[in-house]
Design a protein around this ligand. Structure first.
Ligand code: FES
Length: 245
């Protein structure tokens, strides 16, 4: 169960894995995550977004950002992974309308499965993907109608994803926005959605421990003034549910 059947190194720090996992594949939704035990001295599991599904197989893409992800990146084809999941609340792919997907850096990975499901339903899908520079730009060719943005202008438009979003929202008559990426980007997307009066879901990233809503290591503030757990009540929220200041 959860056997690695394919592994590919996408750049210096980023790896794509396909695992055979009929149980997870059966119920996984875009935006949900896997909580993976890497073994060794690392007690805490790594939360990793689901990137794609095919039959009984599940794909995740991960970047090395510390010791746990380094150990995970060294797993090989044939190894079995100890996984809890799929966990969390994913994107609402059933909502109708023209979709704009906005992804930043490693936040683009969960948007791939979402884009496939929206296209399958017959929705128009446009993507804006942002990266620090062209060397860190990955997998963008797998998205439909993609516009690229980089911090340094080495690929696509120089600037921020939100710089070009307003024009696209109007010309493509966008009805809904889905976003995943760093928090400042999500805050800017949330402000934009408010300004344009468009329904918007964001996927939040946070350090996690239990992954199931018990330890409260992952809480964030809501617009109603309370706190919510990202692992259990998210990671996907309507942008209006959260306090962004
Ligand atoms: Fe424990 Fe979210 S990681 S409550």
């Amino acid at each position: 169960m959860n056997k690695i059947i394919e592994k590919q190194q996408l750049n210096e720090n980023t790896f794509s894995f396909w695992i055979n996992s009929p149980e997870i594949a059966k119920s996984a939704k875009p935006g949900q995550f896997l909580h993976i035990a890497v073994g060794g001295a690392q007690i805490l599991r790594c939360p990793i977004s689901i990137c794609d599904l095919l039959g009984e197989n599940v794909r995740f893409v991960m970047s090395v950002v510390g010791e746990s992800t380094k150990i995970l990146s060294e797993k090989r084809i044939g190894d079995e992974l100890d996984i809890l999941g799929p966990l969390g609340r994913g994107f609402d792919a059933e909502k109708e309308g023209n979709a704009l997907l906005i992804g930043g850096g490693i936040g683009i990975f969960p948007l791939l499965l979402l884009s496939k499901q929206l296209l399958k339903r017959g929705d128009y899908v446009q993507a804006i993907l942002g990266f620090r520079n062209k060397d860190l730009a990955l997998m963008y060719e797998q998205f439909p109608n993609v516009s690229l943005v980089t911090d340094d202008g080495s690929l696509g438009t120089k600037g921020l994803v939100t710089d070009i979003a307003s024009d696209i929202i109007r010309t493509q008559q966008i009805d809904k926005i889905y976003a995943c990426g760093p928090k400042p980007m999500l805050k800017a997307v949330s402000n934009l959605a408010d300004k344009e009066d468009i329904w918007c879901q964001v996927s939040m990233e946070e350090k996690m421990a239990c992954g199931i809503g018990i330890c409260r290591a992952c809480v964030c503030k809501t617009s109603a003034g309370s706190q919510t757990t990202i692992c259990k009540n998210g990671p996907v929220f309507n942008s209006k549910e959260l306090a962004w200041s």
